[in-house]
Write a protein that binds this ligand. Sequence first.
Ligand code: BEZ
Ligand code: FE
Length: 293
Amino acid sequence: MANLQSELLNDVLAAFETAPDVRLRQLLRSLLIHLHGFVAEAHLSHDEWQKGIAFLTAVGRACTPDRQEFMLLSDVLGISSAVDVAKDSHPQATPGTVLGPYYVPNSPRRQPGASLIDTDDGGQRLHVTGTVCSIDGVPIANAAVDIWSCASNGLYPAQDPAQSPTNMRGLMGTDASGRFDFVVLRPTNYSIPMDGPVGELLRATGRSPMRAAHVHLIVSAAGYQGVTTHLFDSQCRYLSSDSVFSTRKPLIRQFLQSANGELTACFEVKLAPQPAVASAAAAAAAAAAAARS
Ligand code: BEZ
Ligand code: FE
């Protein structure tokens, strides 16, 4: 960095040193060092900077209560996955992946083994059997498993009025042995939304918009760090070019043909323990609540 540039950066950093929130100060310091470094390293022209501002403005304008174009931008730049990787502190725990825009809270409660297919489109059925356990292999009873998946046309209920709003969605608990199982339609590859500025970016850079075929799961259990993850189909041809960089080896499964015509897949979810500080705080809160009752 040239002298004038580093003098400017130092002035800017000093201006933010007054922030009373220590973490905010740290984040801004690091962000500003990288942004100023980028401008210097790339010899950013005025015209390029204006174009960048116009692009970010378009991303903001594309956001609505139902669409988060900034999150989509974060996904295709691999930033969402970088945050997931940074959070995955235990190598044995099931890796976290992007949430995506199609998760709808309050999934319908389903019994173990239930079919989540409320709108049958004739696709192949996939029976997923799984377990939730600790990173040491201890089964976790009463873990919550929240599942959502696309129909055979690659669309989620929010994108497809022909589907029941509860199609391929379900919330279930694990049994005493940490087991859960459910039936969905075989997930397919699908394109992320391409009708906004993020789509323009992918087209301008010649990138594929396709997501590798997957089923989504959010798994949580008391005393453990929950995980938002995917189960991927090993036969999918987009595994190595997933448009949001979410494929992780431990999440890929072979779908096997069973005698009744269904496909089957096994999926073990391993949860890391809550960090000590958080679990101590949770224990103290639980003790205080117990004392009050
Ligand atoms: C999804 O898997 O539903 C998804 C994730 C990121 C962007 C678009 C879709
Ligand atoms: Fe998805």
